[in-house]
Design a protein around this ligand. Sequence first.
Ligand code: SF4
Length: 85
Amino acid sequence: MERSLEEVWMATGLCTNLPPSTFFPRDGSGVDVARKICFDCPVQTQCLDYALANRIDHGVWGGCSERERRRILKRRGTAAPASVG
Ligand code: SF4
């Protein structure tokens, strides 16, 4: 069976063999640890693009925290509308 594009790059990421909790840190120093791993990752660009396109709002993806991704989306004018309710 053929793998999707996401499955291919995700399998190449440096986080593949690390505990997922590394990329869902509880504080700023945890974010820095995750970021350093991402910056050496061969699929950092694909990962960040995926997180932005899918509006993933938890964890460090492609070397960016939630807050950084929100900033990028805002700059691009593509931030998700605030939920009403
Ligand atoms: S950029 Fe970071 S989160 Fe994304 S695949 Fe690479 S190591 Fe994993």
